[in-house]
Design a protein around this ligand. Sequence first.
Ligand code: NAD
Length: 353
Amino acid sequence: MKRIVVIPGDGIGPEIMAQAVKVLKAIENKYNASFQMDEALMGGVAYDEFGTCLPDSTMKMCKEYDAVLFGANGGPKWDFLTGEKRPERALAVLRKELELFINLRPVKVRKSLAGTIPLKPEIVGDGFDITLIRELIGGIYYGLPKEGDSERAVDSMIYTKGEVERISRYAFELARAESKKLTSVDKENMMEASKLWRSVVMDVSKNYPDVKLNHILVDNCAYQIVMDPRQFEIIVTGNMFGDILSDELGALAGSLGLYPSASIGYGKKGLYEPIHGTAPDIAGKGIANPIGTILSAALMLRHSFDMNEAADDMEQAVEAVLDKDFRTADIAEKDKKTVSTGEMGDLIVKEIE
Ligand code: NAD
């Protein structure tokens, strides 16, 4: 039995999570697996009920269970919250407490979605498949001092050799396992933390002579992703650069609603969530795209539960539904069938069955 904490969160969170749960139940039946899925509160809904975005009861479950499946949190209703009380801090604290230092964002751009991609067909070609690995619990979002007033503010970009070693080792292992080339992104010409980053990545690379490695400055990387994305296979980078580049990749790929992410650490436990936020503009309308959340559940099967076949099955079911020209509103195209959030979930379930 695998125990999963299910955290729908705010905005479209409950709508998209209901579809992922439906799909996991189909997988449970087909593969004779057993998932205990228990809901927990985090974000604005938790604040309304407990006066905090991250209740102790939620943290306790996340520490005890095998995996966490998360929707998104935050929204205009809770914009009055400041500092440590904000919903995004709840997520940052949870990742740190669980020591989830690796954030994986696979972005696979399918030819079937060419009509929704804001790139010229000759740049997209047959599509591309990039995995971005972002260091998640170090760097400028966590470094101290971090303070400010109306006259002066400071954030500190700190990386230690150990932090860079562990994330780059993971990146080299993945590149080796998948026979892919690795690109390390930094700002080595301007920042001390990036000089250390590059030199540690180069040291680690000595143990992986079979992996092709190159280094690129973050500004050039942002440019190259738009001009020639097919040159990238696996990218490894620090927290803030990864945050920005992953949204760029998500946007290129058609819609933020399509893509999953996994936050993992040393063990099997992980936190899985779509790359988008709570989409307050469409919440409650039944039109959100649940695919990013469903593909996040597939990453959970693969990384936390070693259920590779079931994960492949889920991903192929999503491909099949897109190939049959079903679309949610965010990726709607002329001559294709637009379906609701719930219908998209049902179609993927049917495909799996
Ligand atoms: P957003 O990702 O919520 O939305 C950006 C745009 O993408 C919107 O037009 C939205 O409708 C669309 N979109 C997003 N997900 C979609 C989906 N599944 N299907 C169809 N369309 C989708 O980003 P935002 O508007 O900047 O943020 C809204 C709220 O979400 C804010 O409160 C923000 O703090 C929060 N947020 C939370 C997370 C998280 O919990 N991990 C991440 C980002 C933003």
